[in-house]
Structures are given as structure tokens and as C-alpha cells.
Design a protein around this ligand. Structure first.
Ligand SMILES: Cc1ncc(COP(=O)(O)O)c(C=O)c1O
Length: 381
């Protein structure tokens, strides 16, 4: 028997191909969700399956007490994609990537006589006790999980982060595009001001790119679109196309041997998969295919937003991390269910936003089919 921690939809999938999924009754769905932004190359990608299978036949795991060649290559590749001056730690999830960021911030702060971390309202950073505390939504801080770590506070806006920071502030963490609290891309000027403020005041800037990183918004990291160089960047979700992985990149030399670790993190299987996924996405980015998919997806959503002006307030998002904000939040569940009934997988975000995180290599045909089903679903409520 399973624990009751998920409110699951009574549906299970048996097979996938590209942006298609088939359920146990044989019904086919277009996938505009990729898990929750995980299957960046869609389902059953031949090249990824081949790499995973080859690696599994060679070596899946050795302990992190030994050198792991694909882990070193992945660190090198991610560091190159980030501009060269980052070192990497690999875990297995977004929460673990953020735990690593918290430990780095605390240790760095300890050296500088400060320990505070400021996070933003509506953020989401994970489900471990510290990352729950870091999450700027009260519903994630129930009394039954208390006590939480100290010295983590919240601000309603980036401007407030700068006015409320004190001599005790070691780090500020933001998601450049908030994914769970509504699809909210932060304001570019405000973020640039914050980056400058952090640098001037010796505060570490952490960007949580667990959802918006790994080419989801068109560049390897969304920080690049915002023209900032955070001290720490965290990754997970789409990095290995569905094989569990998390990563934390840091520009400073903070950890010493023994400060942090993970049994599974960065093993042969997950890092070999991530290397393949990043190669594929990098070439999609360079060939212009990714940008083309982004434009096509955005314009599909724009035309739906203007066709259903009575239901949809506006399109929101960046790259292939998109949302349609509804005028009436009570319609969110209805449209989600109608989409399912029409053979389309979408997600919900915040109180009133339909969220779309399609595979980054979704084809024009799959997109067209998905939008047709989405229109039918919206028209039916
Ligand atoms: C921005 C962000 N950070 C952290 C997490 C936590 O990641 P995980 O569920 O892999 O621990 C998520 C998951 O949705 C996320 O969206």
C-alpha cells in the first residue's frame, strides 16, 4: 500500500513516444507537461534510451569516494555552458540541489559572520524541511512539520528584499520564473538591480533554476536571459530527461571534503544521460530549432488567449515555460479535467493559471494537435 501523500488522478500510462502518451485503456494523450518539466526530450527518445542502455551495460554506480568520469565531464560541460567559473555538486532532485545551496550559503555566511537567507513570496523550492521553509507560501509551512530552520525570511517583492536585507543576510534566493506559484517571470530590471545590490553588499545571489533551467526558457540558464551571474544556481527536472538528477553550481570555493555528499548523486547512469540531453538541447539551441518551437508555442497560446477572452486573462511565461492565467479561478480544475477528457495533459500553477511545460523537442504536428484539444477543452467549460 502507498502513503496517501499525493492526490492522484486515476490514470496510468503504459507507453510514450515523443510528445505522446498512451494510458492503460489504450487512450492517447498529447503531453504538454513532460512530467512536470522533466522529459525535456519527450518520451522513449531513441538516442537517450541507447545511452542509458549502454551505460547500464557498462557501469551504473560506484561510490563517490572514487572518481566518476561522466560526472567530471558533466561538471566541465555545465561549467562551460555557464561561462566557465562554476564548480558543481550532483544530487538526485531539486530539493537536494537547494539543500546544497543552503549549506553553501550557511558556510559562506558563517565565515562572514552572517546566517540569514531571504526568499520571495509565491516561490517554491522543495519538500525537505529546509526547502519547505525556503518556500514563500504559508500553506507549505504547516505546524505539524515544525520546528523549521531559523533565519529564513520572506519578502513580497524584489524591492522589499533589498530594503529588508540586513548585515546578517548571507544569501537571497529567487526563481527567475516562478513555476508553482503561478507562472511569474520576474521583472528584468528589478533582477539586475538585485544582482548589483547583492554584489555591493556581499550577499550571495542564488537562482533556483530547477524548473526554468536546462534550456526550458531558451538558454541553458534563465540567468543568461536576465544577464546576471548568480553566485549559486540549482538545477534538476529536465537535466537528464527523466533520470533522477539534481545539480548545484557555485562560483566560490566553499566546501571542503566532508562538508556534503550523496550516495547516488552524480552516478554513471544519471550523468551519462544528462550529458546526452545537454548535447541534444545545445544543438537544438544552436540550430534555432528551440527558438522556433518557442515562437510556435507562444503564438499558439496567444491565439487561444485572444479567442477565449471571456475566460483567459492573459498569456504568461518565458520560452517553453508558459501559462494561461484565467479570469475565474474556479475554472482551473474544470479546464484541467476537460483537457484530460480530450486527450491532453496540462498542469495547474498557483490559483488560476493553466501551466504548459511541453517537451522541448515537441514537433509542429504534436503542437497543433495539442492546441486543437486545448481549444475544445476550454470551449467545453
Ligand atoms: C523551482 C523548484 N525548485 C525546487 C523544486 C523541487 O524539486 P524536486 O521535486 O526535484 O525536489 C521544484 C519542484 O517542482 C521547483 O519547481
Amino acid at each position: 500500500m502507498l502513503m496517501k501523500n499525493y492526490a492522484r488522478v486515476d490514470l496510468s500510462f503504459v507507453k510514450g513516444k515523443g510528445s505522446w502518451l498512451k494510458d492503460s485503456c489504450g487512450k492517447k494523450y498529447i503531453d504538454f507537461a513532460s512530467g512536470i518539466g522533466v522529459c525535456s526530450l519527450g518520451h522513449a527518445h531513441k538516442g537517450l534510451a541507447k545511452v542509458i542502455s549502454k551505460q547500464a551495460k557498462t557501469l551504473i554506480h560506484t561510490s563517490n569516494i572514487y572518481r566518476i568520469e561522466p560526472q567530471e565531464r558533466l561538471a566541465h560541460k555545465m561549467s562551460r555552458l555557464l561561462g566557465g567559473d562554476y564548480s558543481l555538486f550532483f544530487g538526485n532532485s531539486g530539493a537536494e540541489a537547494n539543500e546544497c545551496a543552503i549549506k553553501l550559503a550557511r558556510k559562506w555566511g558563517y565565515k562572514h559572520g552572517k546566517s540569514g537567507i531571504i526568499s520571495l513570496a509565491n516561490s517554491f523550492h522543495g519538500r525537505t524541511i529546509s526547502t519547505l521553509k525556503l518556500t514563500g507560501q504559508d500553506k507549505f509551512h504547516p505546524e505539524h512539520f515544525a520546528p523549521y530552520p531559523e533565519d529564513i525570511s520572506f519578502c513580497a517583492s524584489i524591492d522589499e528584499m533589498m530594503t529588508k536585507a540586513t548585515a546578517n543576510t548571507a544569501a537571497i534566493i529567487i526563481e527567475l520564473v516562478q513555476g508553482e506559484g503561478g507562472i511569474n517571470p520576474l521583472d528584468k530590471t528589478a533582477v539586475k538591480n538585485l544582482a548589483r545590490f547583492c554584489q555591493q553588499n556581499k550577499i550571495l545571489l542564488i537562482t533556483d533554476e530547477v524548473q526554468c533551467g536546462c534550456y526550458r526558457t531558451g538558454e541553458f540558464v534563465t540567468s543568461k536571459l536576465y544577464d546576471i551571474h548568480p553566485d549559486i544556481i540549482t538545477f534538476a527536472k529536465g537535466l537528464a530527461g527523466g533520470v533522477p538528477i539534481g545539480a548545484c553550481a557555485c562560483r566560490h570555493d566553499i566546501f571542503e571534503a566532508g562538508d556534503h555528499g550523496s550516495t547516488f548523486g552524480g552516478n554513471f547512469l544519471s550523468t551519462a544521460a544528462a550529458l546526452f540531453v545537454l548535447d541534444e538541447l545545445e544543438s537544438m539551441r544552436e540550430s534555432g530549432e528551440l527558438e522556433q518551437n518557442i515562437r510556435a508555442f507562444e503564438s499558439g497560446l496567444e491565439s487561444i488567449a485572444s479567442e477565449f477572452k471571456d475566460i483567459i486573462k492573459r498569456r504568461v511565461g518565458l520560452g517553453l515555460m508558459q501559462g494561461l492565467e484565467l479570469k475565474d479561478e474556479s475554472k482551473l480544475g474544470e479546464i484541467f479535467n476537460a483537457a484530460l477528457a480530450n486527450g491532453l495533459l496540462i498542469l495547474k500553477s498557483g490559483k488560476a493559471t493553466l501551466r504548459f511545460l511541453p517537451p522541448l523537442n515537441i514537433s509542429a504536428k504534436e503542437m497543433k494537435k495539442g492546441f486543437k484539444r486545448l481549444k475544445k477543452a476550454i470551449a467545453s467549460v
